[in-house]
Design a protein around this ligand. Sequence first.
Ligand SMILES: C[S@@+](CC[C@H](N)C(=O)[O-])C[C@H]1O[C@@H](n2cnc3c(N)ncnc32)[C@H](O)[C@@H]1O
Length: 360
Amino acid sequence: MTTVSDTGHSAEENEQIRHIKRAYWTQEGIAEEYQYFAYKPEPITRLKNVVEIGFVGRHAVGPRVLDAGAGTCRFTLPLRQSGLDAVALDISAEMLRGGIDGAARRGQVVPGLVGDIERLPFNDATFDSVVSITVLRHFPQWPLIFEEYVRVLRPGGRLIFDMASNDQREFMVTHGFTENPDAPVFDPVSFDTGLSMDGLKKLSREHGLSIVTTTPNDFFNENRLLDALLGDVKEAFDKWLMELLAKPEAIEYCDLLALRFMPALSNAVASSWLIVLEKKPSSNPYEPAYRRARDTILTGSPEQNVNAILETCLGIRYNSCMRIAQAGLESPDARALFDFLRAELLPRFPLEACTWESGR
Ligand SMILES: C[S@@+](CC[C@H](N)C(=O)[O-])C[C@H]1O[C@@H](n2cnc3c(N)ncnc32)[C@H](O)[C@@H]1O
């Protein structure tokens, strides 16, 4: 039987992945290496931090927040700065030390705890929110860790995490962008498990959770669909994009698109997604907005078609989102970025990816 936790690997391989990952994160010097990549001032990293930290900050409820697999406190510190009582937990003392020392240099105290996400050292219902970004997806036994997160959440509390997108993987196989590998290569270091919208709904139902929101993430970063679409021009595209994103107004405009429009689109448009669940079953089952647009008739230019999809997805929110997006374009840097994306990206982008869902 296939379950949401199936990794396609044997139990022994799963165990190997788990140990190799743990050994990796506890190496000496790992915190400096991670901090270099996680905080370097180049545009994609800045954009990633703006979008992800913004998302977590908007959705976490407090006061008590657990940052599980906190690493160098990329989320713990901003959560504390926003007034929440966030605690960092990580298996690696080295990673935590990097984060706590970094916070101290900014005059902030961050409480950190060495601990295992598979056996959280907390009573049931201790936290108002559990945040765990770039963690669960790297573990074959992630459903067990997920249960631990749910256990320590109070009723009404929130779980905020990310996953690779199985909807994108299926879209790419179905549309011939990638081969379906019969025998996946066993690579414990780069192991990255995925979840589809269907899988998320099943998981939420099984644990008495409701889906608050989901949004595709990392659109410009390691997006396999984008890489496949751009092919030979990928390098030049990235170079132009980085030049445009070097301006703060362009980053802000991307953040605005990520905030207003991305949650209306299917997870097939990006390789990963951000998810917020609440420990409270909803009486209205979650219906992702993109489903409404599946029958939209596309007969115009790429721009008219994408507007038709967004209008159907967003419904009554469309006009206010468009007004905000339009106001953002008053900055010439945001306008230059928008014109570039309209000219270089939109004509290549398969619009059916905006409404795709695995197993539909
Ligand atoms: C990719 S980093 C993510 C760090 C942070 N959440 C962020 O997004 O910047 C993954 C983190 O998970 C931690 N980790 C791995 N296995 C763990 C375990 N069993 N219990 C707690 N933390 C673990 C690692 O030490 C590492 O700091």
